[in-house]
Ligand binder design. Structure first.
Ligand SMILES: Cc1cc2nc3c(=O)[nH]c(=O)nc-3n(C[C@H](O)[C@H](O)[C@H](O)COP(=O)(O)OP(=O)(O)OC[C@H]3O[C@@H](n4cnc5c(N)ncnc54)[C@H](O)[C@@H]3O)c2cc1C
Length: 546
């Protein structure tokens, strides 16, 4: 009688595994060939995998990280924000050659495992040339109307909750949000009322959560305070693992290899076709190939992979004859700001309010300023994690007290694409990020607009003894919104990708993540990456299925 051995293939379904016991399914052999090889399983790659899954195309997803464990620490602020339990060790260098650890998350689902799931469309104007106070945001090669149908599908796939018609900068939409807006808790409703009384147009922030407030007893999302910046322990956040990779793997034609870091793409002699994908799985080398190869490693890592894949035909890096790969890195001018009120803020799910009244400017400053939205509710532990040096001397209870009275704002302005803000790689393959902030006037003006409101927001109906603001600019280690290193365009001299996100110089190589964005606007980038993945995915099906 044979007995199970440790080298046996993955066990069959058990009554205790949640759907997809076969998700760990794969035995990919050396030299295996697929219709499409997708490298990276985040917003771009995970969405693309799901889009291709029903077509029957043979798809392999390669992900350098593992499944993010569902464990109590998912919702432990100390583990997440102070011990950085889910930050993946991969130090980068800054422009001075100084090492820093970016907030990277290498897991199935990529950065979306940690994201706040705020799902904004770029504004219509973001696709056109926009004059900023400190420079120009160039036009995209396509218009908002080209992306609109894909945004609508992206909102459906990621279960976005929202309310059309409230945001004065809202672009035209072909349908309603698929789900009703997440209801404001009382303090947020009061904030909305106060903002309206001040003449503004606050709106329900669009949010990707699997929430049914009409039937809370059966809702997967519990509206807890561990959404923004935490992995979701109960898989109720609309991330690319839960809504991209897992559904994709329910199709037998889709395979996933975790702990599989792609090291290099090899072309044929002409340099026009990627003929092999070289990777390491648990330190062991493996080579696979695909009719089409899609790089979806996130903006910095996609640039890294192309640069590391230099060869005789592509001496500056794959698809980099134009020297554009890695350039125009953007990540937003973002500030987390905390305003303290006299009365405690009892909100649990705080991320329901956003303001775009200054997105494109106002009568006193006729230039774009950006977006304001609420973040997840902070507590003392989180605040210490965000600013460990500044809060080193402060006891935990004092930070808890501050946080109890805090309203937490996220202020985003556009950083402009600058060719000198770029990703390069060192001889050992390490990322070097050279970044100099720009367009800071817009950010300062937006902060001043919020500051100018605070009296009306907090003092009107009650006595306030004091107000504090703890503001800190996001340093370059805050890479969450990274974008723009392989911009798409119609001119091969100024772009890496064509309008289908295929490399101009390689016939079967695509880049599908936030890299393709020529500008970043001032709203969170993932819905745009998701919409684009659906757009490019449809092109790929046409290409491969005829
Ligand atoms: C804390 C936090 C909060 C955020 N909040 C929001 C928000 O509320 N709204 C929003 O729109 N955006 C938010 N973002 C940003 C959002 O998560 C990203 O814009 C989005 O995930 C980018 O998608 P991507 O496909 O470009 O990259 P990713 O999602 O990062 O996916 C890239 C994947 O490629 C893998 N990979 C990298 N290199 C290799 C390699 N060589 N071989 C194999 N695999 C590789 C990585 O492990 C990763 O899984 C947030 C990000 C963070 C970190």
């Amino acid at each position: 009688m044979s007995t199970p051995s440790s080298s046996a293939p993955v066990a069959g379904p058990s009554p205790f595994t949640s759907p997809l016991p076969q998700a760990e399914q794969l035995q990919v052999g050396h030299g295996a060939h697929f219709d499409v090889v997708i490298i990276g399983s985040g917003a771009g790659g995970g969405t693309l995998a799901r889009h291709l899954a029903p077509t029957g195309l043979k798809v392999l997803v390669l992900e350098r990280g593992d499944w993010l464990p569902q464990e109590p620490q998912n919702w432990d602020a100390e583990a997440v924000f102070q011990q950085n339990r889910y930050v993946s060790k991969d130090p980068w260098l800054d422009k001075h050659g100084k090492t820093f650890q970016p907030g990277s998350h290498y897991f199935v689902g990529g950065a979306t495992k940690m994201y706040g799931a705020a799902h904004f469309r770029l504004r219509q104007q973001d696709f056109e040339q926009l004059a900023h106070f400190d420079g120009t945001s160039p036009a995209w090669p396509l218009h908002y109307a080209d992306f609109e149908p894909w945004y609508q599908k992206a909102e459906e796939m990621y279960h976005v909750h929202g309310q059309r018609g409230e945001d004065p900068t809202e672009p035209p939409c072909s349908g309603p949000y698929p789900h009703p807006p997440v209801a404001h808790e009382p303090r947020m409703q009061q904030l909305v009322d106060d903002l309206r009384a001040a003449g503004l147009h606050p709106f329900h922030a669009p949010s990707g959560v699997q929430l049914d407030e009409a039937h809370m007893a059966f809702s997967r999302c519990r509206k807890c305070n561990c959404c923004d910046g935490f992995p979701c322990l109960v898989h109720a956040k609309s991330d690319a693992e839960v809504l991209g990779i897992r559904p994709a793997l329910s199709q037998p034609n889709v395979s996933l290899l975790t702990r599989a870091q792609v090291k290099r793409l090899i072309t044929d002699e002409s340099g026009r076709t990627v003929k092999a994908v070289e990777l390491e799985r648990d330190g062991e080398p493996l080579t696979v190939s695909g009719d089409v190869v899609v790089v979806s490693c996130g903006a910095a890592n996609s640039a890294r992979l192309l640069l590391l894949s230099a060869n005789d035909r592509h001496p500056r890096g794959l698809a980099n004859g134009s020297d554009q790969v890695g350039r125009h890195y953007m990540f937003h001018n973002s500030k987390a700001m905390v305003a303290l009120a006299h009365e405690p803020n009892r909100t649990i799910f705080q991320k329901t309010v956003s303001i775009n009244d200054w997105y494109l400017g106002d009568a006193d400053f006729d230039y774009p300023m950006g977006n304001i939205q609420m973040t997840g509710k902070t507590n003392g532990t989180i605040m210490k994690g965000y600013a460990p040096l500044e809060t080193f001397m402060m006891p935990g209870w004092s930070m808890d007290k501050i946080a109890e009275h805090a309203l937490d704002f996220w202020i985003s302005s556009e950083d402009l694409p600058d060719p000198n803000n770029r990703v390069t790689v060192t001889g050992s393959g390490q990322i070097q990020l050279s970044y100099t902030p720009n367009n800071l006037t817009a950010s300062a003006r937006l902060v001043s607009r919020l500051e100018g409101l605070l009296d009306r927001l907090y003092l009107r109906n009650h006595l306030v003894e004091r107000q504090f603001y703890i503001a800190n600019s996001m340093g370059i280690a805050a890479v969450g919104h990274q974008a723009g290193t392989c911009r798409f365009g119609s001119d091969p001299a100024t772009s890496v990708l064509d309008l289908n996100c295929k490399a101009h110089e390689v016939d079967n190589l695509y880049v599908v993540d936030t890299s393709f964005m020529p500008t970043i606007g001032a709203v969170n980038p993932s819905l745009t990456a998701i919409a684009n993945a659906l757009r490019v995915g449809t092109h790929l099906v046409e290409r491969l299925r005829g």
